[in-house]
Write a protein that binds this ligand. Structure first.
Ligand code: PBG
Ligand code: ZN
Length: 325
């Protein structure tokens, strides 16, 4: 097909020519912005491990959500720091806790914005694990009803999307059934379908104080070495009724994103996680890289790999950069 007179540089001769042939666009419509909520009021506390990000009380979270909506970003994902932790993680489904309160308040003040609840137990359990600990293991089937209860409480608070990040087997089916039984058949599930046991979550665990008290998460999160297993995880979640599949982290797993895009027809999300963000921030602060160009290039690579939705701490910056173009 290619003869030797073909000169690829002809298509790079001017900005308009390059715009005409460019294959991938990053759009504000692709973005979801994570918000961390804490108890109290008028709190906007900088997170040391995530420069530029804050722990916000519900009133401040509402103001942030208004800014997000004004930029045209379609959604926010809510992460919480509770007032108490116990063995079961019962503050995760307590309607008086910051997550449920923030969901309701943001829905009330920003009716257009999509509010996603992160469904897990690790910020809420005294063990710091994503489920019920039995001996030195997390018991899958004892955890499932608790995870479903968290999702239900978020739906009751007003979340249009629930995003289980616990990696228990069978949680999507149990959440779907529980939501439907309670009249929430319209609530969408965005499952962390292939979530790897990753060192890239370090800054997040610092931000929400959710590091496991003993051991690690390798008994439930995936081995970074595995690609085919991701396809099995994704297929299971789709069969159990997920609406959107997510791969997490993003940058080190773009091959998995491409596989997912080629094998399944479900909307595909990536989570550009805390470690990816923190490394960019550190390098930018040290004057080693051009932050804006690095971020736009990285997020474009996620789109090129096949993702549609990008959950990212850079979302507000990216929206401003795209608007100024
Ligand atoms: C909770 C959860 C985690 C993240 C999202 N949801 C932490 C973990 O699994 O340890 C990580 C997000 C990030 O690193 O930005 N299960
Ligand atoms: Zn967890």
């Amino acid at each position: 097909m290619l003869d030797l007179t073909y000169r690829p540089r002809r298509l790079r001769t001017s900005p308009m020519m390059r715009a005409l042939v460019h294959e991938t666009s990053l759009e504000i419509n692709d973005l979801i912005y994570p918000i961390f909520v804490v108890p109290g009021s008028k709190i906007k506390e900088p997170i040391d491990t995530l420069p530029g990000q804050y722990r916000c009380s519900v009133d401040v979270a509402v103001e942030v959500a208004k800014e997000v909506a004004a930029l045209g970003i379609p959604g926010v994902e809510i992460f919480g720091i509770p007032t108490y932790k116990d063995e079961q993680g019962s503050s995760a489904w307590d309607m008086s806790q910051p997550v449920q309160q923030a969901i309701t308040a943001i829905r009330h003040n920003c009716p257009e914005l999509i509010v996603v609840g992160d469904v897990c137990l690790c910020q809420y359990t005294s063990t710091g694990h994503c489920g019920c600990v039995e001996g030195h293991d997390v018991d899958n089937d004892k955890t499932l009803p608790l995870i479903a209860q968290v999702a239900l409480s978020q739906a009751e608070a007003g979340a249009q999307v629930v995003a289980p990040s616990d990696m228990m087997d069978g949680r999507v089916a149990m959440i779907r059934e529980t939501l439907d039984d309670h009249g929430f058949s319209k609530v969408t599930i965005m499952s962390y379908a292939a979530k790897y046991a990753s060192a890239y979550y370090g800054p997040f665990r610092g931000a929400v104080n959710s590091a496991p008290e003993f051991g690690d998460r390798k008994g439930y999160q995936m081995d970074p070495a595995n690609r085919l297993e991701a396809l099995r995880e994704i297929e299971l979640d789709i069969r159990e009724g997920t609406d959107i599949i997510m791969i997490k982290p993003a940058l080190s797993y773009l091959d998995v994103v491409r596989e997912a895009r080629d094998n399944f027809d479900c909307p595909l999300a990536v989570y550009n996680v805390s470690g990816e963000y923190a490394m960019v921030k550190a390098a930018a602060q040290a004057g080693l890289i051009d932050e804006k160009r690095i971020v736009l290039e990285s997020l474009t690579s996620m789109k090129r790999a096949g993702a549609k939705i990008i959950i990212t701490y850079h979302a507000m910056d990216v929206a401003r950069w795209l608007l100024e173009k």
